[in-house]
Write a protein that binds this ligand. Structure first.
Ligand SMILES: [Zn+2]
Ligand SMILES: [Zn+2]
Length: 360
């Protein structure tokens, strides 16, 4: 089998490198996908910056779209299908799948899986069962979702993580209603997608917050009515925009205790705090017991947007094609695989929204 090129992490302290890797042939219910576009998501950065502690060597990437080039004899997807990759494919058999919460499937969303090998035969791990920052992947047929061929690959890629997560957090987890106020903290790809979805849901005021003033223009074009640079007085500023109460909804799209507490404080009594960002296991969130009782806020997380990707990704694809959803606005950089290490450097500096790697 001929090697394909992939973005590899060889452990703490190692620079990200493009290396040839060897993929296994697809099993009976597996497919091989030629990746055409892949987003660089903050969760990939969390794999390599110490937030998580995955095994290595590790192929990065979990937000991608491409074309099926080979399929096992029992695979449900045909060669030639355009597909979006799904990093949390539900089993459809466990208790959670049977109870309408496939995003909590017992088998879905493991941080890494063993697959393939380096060119010199060392066993590889792949991010979220995919390892999508590579020219090709081999995955189970339930980890790909067919989409219309006219959907641009770069847009399709984003549907598989940032857009499904942001849209799902707003519509499925928090159920934002027209005229409700919302705060979105952290304006990476997921945060901006959350702003876009909250705008579509009619949130007003819709307050976007980031550490960098450079995100102002992106936030406003995504539909934010206000933009704030985060600081100690964030909750006071939000109260100033929400008749002194605080927001009906807050969305934390960073995954840090400090921003979860900021989201909590910016929310009104009885309001809802939705944690979208994936944080570290030792980053403890401290809330006063009296505050939890008195504020009557709801604090919950949104895992993969509380979505069923097999149902919701095709629906989002149709919204893109009919013009009611424009995730392409989230893409600030389009680059080649060789330029991908620099995209991680940009993301760790908090620059840009989504970088998408395009493959020939
Ligand atoms: Zn992601
Ligand atoms: Zn399941």
């Amino acid at each position: 089998m001929s090697p394909v090129r992939a973005l590899l992490w060889r452990g703490p302290g190692a620079a990200l490198e493009i290396e040839p890797i060897l993929l296994p042939p697809p099993g009976p219910k597996e497919v091989r996908v030629h990746i055409r576009a892949a987003g660089v998501c903050h969760s990939d950065l969390s794999m390599v910056n110490g937030t998580l502690a995955p095994p290595y060597p590790l192929v990065l990437g979990h937000e991608a779209a491409g074309v099926v080039t080979a399929a096992g004899p029992e695979a449900s997807v045909a060669v030639g299908a355009h597909v979006v990759l799904n990093w949390a494919p539900p089993c459809r058999r466990c208790w959670f799948c049977g109870n309408g919460q496939p995003w909590l499937c017992e088998t879905a969303g493991a941080p890494t899986a063993a697959r393939g090998a380096t060119a010199d035969g060392e066993p590889l791990h792949v991010t979220l069962g995919l390892g999508a920052l590579a020219e090709e992947v081999v995955v189970g047929d339930h980890a790909v979702i067919p989409v219309p061929a006219e959907l641009p690959f770069a847009t399709a890629a984003l549907l598989g993580c940032a857009v499904l997560t942001g849209v799902g957090a707003v519509h499925r987890t928090a159920s934002v209603q027209p005229g409700e106020s919302a705060v979105v903290i952290g304006l990476g790809g997921v945060g901006l997608s959350t702003v876009m979805a909250a705008h579509a849901a009619g949130a007003d005021p819709l307050i976007a917050v980031d550490v960098s003033d450079a995100k102002r223009e992106l936030a406003v074009s995504a539909g934010a009515t206000h933009f704030l640079v985060s600081g100690d007085d964030l909750s006071a500023q939000v109260r100033g925009l929400t008749e002194r109460r605080g927001a009906d909804h807050s969305f934390e799209c960073v995954g840090r205790s400090a921003t979860i507490r900021a989201a909590w404080r910016a929310t009104r009594r009885g309001g809802q705090v939705t944690v979208v960002g994936m944080g570290a296991k030792d980053d403890m969130v401290s809330l006063a017991a009296l505050d939890i009782f008195h504020s009557a806020r709801t604090l919950r997380s949104s895992v993969y947007g509380n979505s069923d990707p097999d149902r919701d990704v095709p629906a989002l694809a149709h919204q893109v094609l009919d013009g009611s959803l424009d995730p392409a606005a989230l893409i600030t950089d389009r680059i080649t695989l060789d330029e991908s290490p620099e995209a991680f450097a940009r993301m760790s500096r908090g620059e840009g929204a989504r970088t998408v790697i395009l493959f020939p």
